[in-house]
Design a protein around this ligand. Structure first.
Ligand SMILES: [Zn+2]
Length: 265
């Protein structure tokens, strides 16, 4: 009996161990139609064996095509106040995108009304994920924030080709070439995420907002999206460098399912 209990305990520990060490199942953008059906062989219980099911069955998925949305510009919306600051971040090639992780003591945040959402990372998609009437921008930048209660808020900025952006160059030049690797930035290279915004003003951004999801597996919902109406620009050479890391790392627009998009104008 003791042996049996002991055996069960060991089995549980092994199970937990396996759960921890087995990475989430592989996915890629080429097969995005099948994300929801990807199985996790380390899980035998429904629905845990379909870790990305929300990608298929979620009703509030991102991105969307705004030409298909009902836009409501009659509501009084909160001002977005972007209070980003200079940081010495980590440059992280996730294997799906190039990403900049802010340092643990970073103070930059997005204020929405009275609420503050610290900036935890920013990353890039090529081409853009959000679209207007099927038309996409050359790229899209996502600033990811997390509130104290764990709520995610993403600020999206469309990227056009035009003037070179010096901060973009710092990011491109310090990004590891290999997926899964990070540059810990022991050299202390500084960037100001605010210099990747369309205006130097901290407020008065016009934006669209809607409830959505992560645009990569597990496509978790409960993400509040804010899309700035004005794009930023990077040079043609910088876009080519971005494509040298990842090209086509964009999810196609998802069904709005009746969602209303709020607009400041
Ligand atoms: Zn993103």
């Amino acid at each position: 009996m003791i042996n049996k209990t002991y055996g069960r305990l060991i089995a549980m520990m092994v199970t937990c161990y396996v759960t921890v060490v087995v990475a989430a199942p592989h996915w890629d953008h080429e097969e995005q139609e099948k994300w929801g059906a990807i199985e996790d062989p380390s899980q035998t219980v429904i629905p845990l064996n379909y870790p990305y099911a929300e990608c298929s069955i979620g009703a509030h998925q991102s991105p969307v095509d705004f030409a298909e949305a009902r836009i409501d510009n009659t509501r009084k919306l909160n001002d977005l106040e972007v209070w980003y600051d200079v940081d010495k971040p980590v440059f992280y090639n996730t294997g799906h995108a190039i990403q900049v992780n802010t340092s643990p003591d970073y103070k930059g945040e997005l204020k929405i009304g009275e609420e503050s959402f610290p900036l935890i990372q920013l990353h890039f998609h090529e081409p853009s994920e959000h679209a207007v009437g099927g038309v996409k921008f050359p790229a899209e930048l996502h600033f990811v924030h997390v509130g104290q209660d764990g709520r995610l808020v993403v600020l999206g900025v469309a990227i056009n080709v035009g003037e070179e952006n010096p901060t973009m160059q710092t990011i491109l030049s310090n990004m590891p070439a290999t997926g899964g690797e990070q540059n810990p930035n022991t050299g202390g290279i500084q960037i100001d995420p605010a210099s990747l915004l369309p205006s130097i003003h901290h407020q008065s951004f016009d934006y669209l907002s809607l409830a959505g999801s992560l645009t990569t597996p597990p496509c978790s919902e409960g993400v509040q999206w804010y899309l700035m109406m004005d794009p930023i620009s990077i040079s043609a050479a910088q876009l080519e460098q971005l494509k040298g890391f990842y090209t086509g790392n964009a999810r196609e627009p998802q069904n709005l399912n009746g969602r209303v998009v709020s607009s400041t104008k």
